[in-house]
Design a protein around this ligand. Sequence first.
Ligand code: UD1
Length: 327
Amino acid sequence: MCVELLEAGAEVVGIDNFDNSHPEALRRVAAITGREVIFTEGDLRDRDLLDTVFEANMISAVIHFAGLKAVGESVREPLHYFANNLGSTMTLLEAMEAHKVHKLVFSSSCTVYGHPDPARMPLTEDTPRGAGNPYGRTKLMIEQMLEDIAAGPSPWKIMMLRYFNPVGAHPSGSLGEDPAGVPENLVPYTMQVAVERRPYLKVFGGDYETPDGTCIRDYIHVVDLVRGHQRALEELHTVDGVEAVNLGTGVGSSVLQVVAAAGRAAGRDIPYEVVDRRPGDAPVVFADTTLASERLGWRAELDLDHMCADHWRWQQQNPDGYGGPPS
Ligand code: UD1
């Protein structure tokens, strides 16, 4: 996102505590764009730090991406998730209020649809919400918090973007996802198998009621996701209170279709074994993208092969992520 904003001429002010990210990514953003993010390392729960950043910069709008996002970890350490994801959002909102910055784009997730009924696909934004795990509950609670602060006559202009399954990388291959520890998500894990960092992929469940028996998800290229944020930022002035918009492709792909696409990208077969279902997985999830198209004039353009080709380029150039030798 920083690359695209800097390339568009915007000043970008960033805060991150590097909990699941790496300072090397900022150096690479500067190498690509020739411009620097005005960056402060720190925790969003540190109100003094936020005040300092708001005072030092003319901030017109905030994109709030920060948050822990591993479903399994959230089940093991729910309090950690509530303290971090809710605490950081509350402190950020208080600081925004104090500094009279009321424009916000929030990274929400299709996880707020809970365990949706397969008969209700594709998912529209008015699908009843629910939470299947503590991580999902933090996203849902933040959405509710934002709805409360933006209710009635209020200065807030908020877009909650509900991401489906983001994958891919910057087309240069020098910026991508570098999960700490063993990846929980399908594409990062599959790519680590492709680069022989892990021996094989476990496919969680082959007996779902889907054409090939594996779960179906709506994978979306991060570059399309970034374009969605740019459109949301441009439209924020027209928002009255708060709106939620799905960012997905509207196309469902099975786990085995992803494995095949990853194999095509890497030019090798990806070894896998079908194992038991992972508890809590919904069989089928994909987006209705009508609102994104009508409201933002946005639609995803890049298909699964494109996502895997870009993700593979990143993985191949950086087999050990940002901690390895320079890309
Ligand atoms: C999860 C979260 C979602 C979050 C996303 C990205 C829920 C229910 N889902 O999505 O909110 O935005 O992560 O952080 O909260 N799979 C395998 N083997 C693996 C890993 C995954 O077969 O090693 C399968 C899963 O069973 C699933 C599919 O691949 O069917 C996608 O899984 P994953 O990448 O973890 O994403 P979600 O669970 O859809």
